[in-house]
Design a protein around this ligand. Structure first.
Ligand code: ZN
Length: 501
């Protein structure tokens, strides 16, 4: 091994050890930790997080990275080492553009803002959160300016933090295409309001049995309980320590059967990605999913394209009926499939169905862009928000809690993050179309052979971790960069048939 890299390795090992500890503490805080643990434990978390940061951000690591970036040193590094050096170097270069006092003030702001947001949401009072939100956006606009290359817009800098392959110009085009399909399609679907009956999904479903059935489903799609854990939390999420310990959570509602079922398949999709990262990459800076959009593509493909198909349910629906004979014995598989695919305009992004989902994202994206461009102000957000919901989804929030205050993201400083959610759906559709060309997907699902699908995704996506970016994965797998056509065609075909349009 290159001697300079060997010195860097010590820092990387320490950082990844701290990251494992932080991931575990984070997972614990949301699942098993007792209520009163929060004060002391979060203090410990703060110290460990600071330690992790300083392990990488210090003068010695900076020198090592500069040396390792020289062409003659690069030649002696492996591909993985080169990628790690490149990634860390970029992190340094980005950070150095931001004055340290501003960075610290921003850290303090975003540590405090989520609790102010939570209170404002509880009290349905946007005005009490607006001053902090204004500061969050002001910092992000400034940071974007500091970090932008010549001719680059500040918003593009932030978008690229989450999706390096996309900027506002490419997203504008993508969202226009998606919007042009979904808005009219949703109008047609909404006109057939009571066409699909799904009342039976909202009877009483014993939550212990839901948990058992969801464990079965997780294992059925390939979640390995020898390398993973499933627990309960307020909102389902996935947390990866490394490729031998990936944790997912679920939440059970007695009067909603579909929620937990599709959450476990969704989180299971995220988990399969992390479990599938190659051994040589896990516990390194390139050892996780390549982007948030790519991650969401895996979870959404499992949840929607696979998990809501009739083929998927053919081998397992009788098991669900056996779990709840009273509620489901008279519900046919076809009735069940139609119900779990029902589309309906709503106000809340996280409760949205597959058809409406991207519209929620588009609204947030357009608002962020207009804020960055100075076309609107933070104080105008509730009005702008409500107008857009009426225009795109045909609904108007009764208050700001179910309107502009519904998401935590902005209070945490996650600006530029939302588009990834929509990109995930489109990436998933493009990949699914390709997979269907190469594998008899429907037949495999009917046979209950999820292994072949999992192995295919592992071979083309999972094992690479961050060694390839989103477009490289798409190019190698499908022969083209992201193309929204697959997604729009998928939606049109699905809902035209489902609603007999
Ligand atoms: Zn997800």
């Amino acid at each position: 091994m290159n001697e300079t890299y060997q010195k860097l390795q010590k820092y990387l090992d320490k950082e990844s050890a701290l990251e494992v500890a932080l991931a575990l503490l984070g997972w614990d805080a949301e699942t098993l930790a007792p209520k009163q643990a929060v004060d002391h434990t979060s203090k410990a978390v703060g110290i460990l997080a600071g330690e992790a940061y300083q392990t990488i951000i210090n003068d010695e690591v900076k020198d090592l990275l500069s040396k390792l970036s020289l062409p003659e040193e690069q030649k002696t590094l492996t591909d993985v080492e080169q990628k790690i050096v490149k990634q860390l170097k970029k992190q340094y270069d980005d950070m150095e553009q931001i004055p340290i006092e501003e960075f610290q003030a921003y850290q303090e702001l975003t540590a405090k803002a989520p609790s102010v947001w939570a209170r404002a949401k509880e009290q349905k009072d946007f005005a009490s959160f607006a001053p902090l939100l204004e500061e969050v956006f002001a910092y992000n606009i400034r940071f974007g300016k500091y970090r932008s290359k010549e001719g680059q817009q500040p918003y593009d800098v932030l978008l690229k933090d989450y999706e390096e392959c996309f900027d506002a110009a490419s997203l504008d085009q993508f969202f226009e295409e998606v919007k042009a399909t979904i808005v009219p399609l949703l109008k047609k679907v909404s006109a057939k309001k009571d066409f699909i009956q799904d009342d039976f999904l909202y009877q009483c479903y014993d939550v212990k049995k839901q948990d058992e059935f969801c464990r079965f489903l997780a294992e059925y799609i390939g979640f390995d309980f020898e390398r993973g854990v499933l627990a309960e939390s307020a909102h389902p999420f996935t947390n990866s320590l490394h490729n031998k310990d990936v944790r997912i959570t679920n939440h059970y509602y007695e009067k909603n059967l579909a929620s937990a079922i599709f959450s476990v398949i969704h989180e299971g999709g995220h988990a399969l990605y992390e479990l599938g990262v190659a051994d040589e990459l896990t516990m390194t800076p390139v050892g996780g999913g390549t982007s948030m959009g790519m991650h969401e593509s895996q979870s959404r493909m499992y949840e929607n394209m696979i998990g809501r198909s009739k083929e998927f349910w053919l081998p397992v629906y009788s098991k669900l009926q056996d779990t709840y004979p009273e509620q489901l014995n008279t519900v046919t598989l076809d009735t069940f499939i139609r119900a779990i695919n029902k589309a309906q305009s709503g106000l809340i992004r996280t409760e949205s169905d597959e058809l409406c989902y991207c519209l929620h994202v588009i609204i947030r994206y357009e608002i962020e862009k207009d804020l960055f461009a100075g076309k609107i102000t933070v104080n105008e957000l509730p009005t702008v928000w409500n107008q857009k919901y009426q225009e795109y989804l045909g609904v108007t929030p009764a208050d700001d809690a179910e309107g502009v205050l519904q998401d935590i993201h902005w209070s945490c400083g996650n600006v530029g993050y939302f588009p990834s959610y929509a990109l995930g759906n489109a990436i998933a559709a493009q990949m699914y179309a390709q997979m269907k060309k190469e594998l008899p997907v429907d037949e495999l699902l009917k046979e209950g052979n999820l292994k072949a699908i999992r192995e295919y995704l592992n071979e083309h996506v999972h094992k690479f971790g961050k060694m390839k970016n989103t477009n490289e994965i798409l190019m190698d797998m499908t022969g083209q960069p992201l193309n929204a056509k697959y997604y729009t065609e998928y939606l049109v075909e699905k809902y035209t048939s489902l609603y007999e349009l």
